[in-house]
Ligand binder design. Structure first.
Ligand SMILES: [Zn+2]
Length: 68
């Protein structure tokens, strides 16, 4: 018997799924407060570090934690 393909592309996300996705953690920690950042609060900032030879580093913040 041939296998039935059940895998479908997730093209239509419901609002609920979308909300759940934004509630999920980004897996990154805030550079300022050190806590986990939710996806909807994630803000990636590229910083040029003087201490590492001017290499660019991607630093993550909460939106609320990042102030210019
Ligand atoms: Zn923070």
């Amino acid at each position: 018997m041939a296998g039935v393909k059940t895998t479908k592309a997730n093209k239509n996300q419901t609002a609920q799924e979308r909300a759940a996705a934004t509630e999920a953690l980004s897996g990154k920690k805030c550079f300022k407060c050190g806590k986990d950042i939710k996806l909807k609060e994630l803000l990636n900032v590229q910083q040029v570090g003087l201490g590492n030879g001017g290499r660019r580093t991607l630093v993550s913040y909460h939106r609320a934690c990042y102030t210019i």
